[in-house]
Design a binder for this molecule. Sequence first.
Ligand code: WTA
Length: 645
Amino acid sequence: MKKSKIYDVPASIAKEAYINTEKYHTLYKRSIENPDAFWAEQAKEFITWFTPWKSVQSGDFDTLDIRWFSGGKLNACYNCVDRHLKQRKDKIAIIWQGDDPNETLTLTYAELHEKINRFSNVLKNLGVKSGDRVCIYLPMVPEVAIAMLAVARIGAVHSVVFSAFSSDSLKTRILDADCKLLITADEGIRGGKTNPLKKQADKALEKCPNVKQVIVVKRTGGPVPWNKERDVWYHEALQQASSECPAEKLDADSPLFILYTSGSTGKPKGILHATGGYLVYAAITYKYVFNYQEKDIYWCTADIGWVTGHSYLIYGPLLNGATTLMFEGVPHYPTFSRFWEIVDKHQVTIFYTAPTAIRALHKQGDQWVKSTSRKSLKLLGTVGEPINPDAWEWYYRVIGDKRCPIVDTWWQTETGGILITPLPGATPLKPGSAGWPFFGISPDIVDEQGQSVEAGKTGNLIIKKPWPGLMKTIYGDQERFKETYFKTLPGNYLTGDSAERDEDGYFWITGRNDDIIKVSGHRIGSGEIEFILNSHPGIAESAAVAAPDEIKGNSIYAFVTTKSGVQPTQALEKELIQKVRDEIGAHAIIGTIQWAKDLPKTRSGKIMRRLLRKIASDELTDLGDTSTLADPGVVDDLIADKEKM
Ligand code: WTA
């Protein structure tokens, strides 16, 4: 059983918290016992509807045609911007902090509104229609928010691709969603280094004949290749467009965005979120998880290319009329004090980041933190991977000066918003635990047969009932949607994570139990890496697994078998690492390659990854059942080879 110290709710937060422990339990009970009534109230409180819905929810995890707020009509952009104009037109919606510490920009709700309207008209003039897919390949600049919201305003569907992804990854995603238009920038800039986005986009587009137009944001002013028939400068187009564009009235079930994420196989999954349910869920979780108050300055460090950037950098905060800070740079540039200097400069009150960043900064020592004030901070959050109690304590003690509660939020691209989390003011904190389920969420931990396991035992984390934030489907592949999430334990949503629950009902997420590797919080599929390795002419086969890493949480450990006659050299190792980086993106760096004469396989030829994970992690005392191995000697060889490395 996981045990830890318990931190009571800090007094400063208890005073202004929306939810206390008792209220949490009452509301939670109601949300589970009477979900329709609960979600109807939330949908009314958090969203402005053009037409009210007829039914709150229909469908279940068996039929999988799940709909939220059917009959209702709304618009995501209208809810994020227009409806705040009456009360908050001069309130700052977005604070943008550039990579260069001296570069800052702000956009009020009124300014954001005007730019979005103009850009919506640009899109329309270029022929984008409701339902069309628009790919956004932009760095962390305000235009990324403008672009997403403009796409949503006219009823099109955005597919944001992380700007560190390679041209190959971009191409695959554009083709899968059949995007009509691409929005990119000349170059990105992070940590003082430029990233040639337009060049990469051009390369990707060589193979994407359906993209007829490219809109280019001028970020650095660096030289870019230009195709007169196809390319348009963002700033020029914006100037010429009218500043009035009505928001489309869209069905609650209409798609809002596609976001690609790694699955167990090589092909990334286009997670599709529908408008109504997603927005209600992003809005309510944002308010309660971060205990958001009107005067807060909120900063989420996630990149827009990941789901955290969608739900808690843009949609959640803007739906609540908040001020959200967008940071272009990295935590270590120009110095390791960067995060905390930004906190001081903009008087950030709520700060949300990934454990990997905390661990990396912890390692640099306290002096980088102590040189800053951080007095404005009230609440800290983490997301993306388990946080080890050591890092948690440092975050709590040194960053938050023991004054700020930490919300360790567990969720996934597929879940749309946070599902398991402490609520400030309501949940006494246990370092390393994500706490209790959010309202309306019914998690359980079960064995392979779907039976609940007792407290203290590890099992598969599942969710038993639908909630509004859950994805609609995998774009263009309802079968894969069923297969991946609902087939193994019918009637439940399978998260792919392992977890245990303690006697107080706290959830402790232990990590993935499928073939997804979380490196610095980024999702990478074993299958994606293996596909690339295996396509090298000298490679016969390979298996990529997760190995523990002190800073990144996990690193990629690849077992690789060369074709006969091919020497496993250091040069080849370097080449393979580079190949994976080039083909996936800068976040996919293999940590270790171990040459393998053979891989452990069952008699039916399936690679036993479970064993490889143990070897990569040096967990050699209990290898479990190896009786189905075709050749048990293979494992001994791999262990012996590893010891020599
Ligand atoms: C992991 C990120 C432990 C988990 C929002 C999940 C976490 C995957 C936590 C989803 C947390 C996320 N504690 N593990 N607080 N948050 N995870 O789709 O393995 O990029 O399944 O969404 O991240 O990653 P994704």
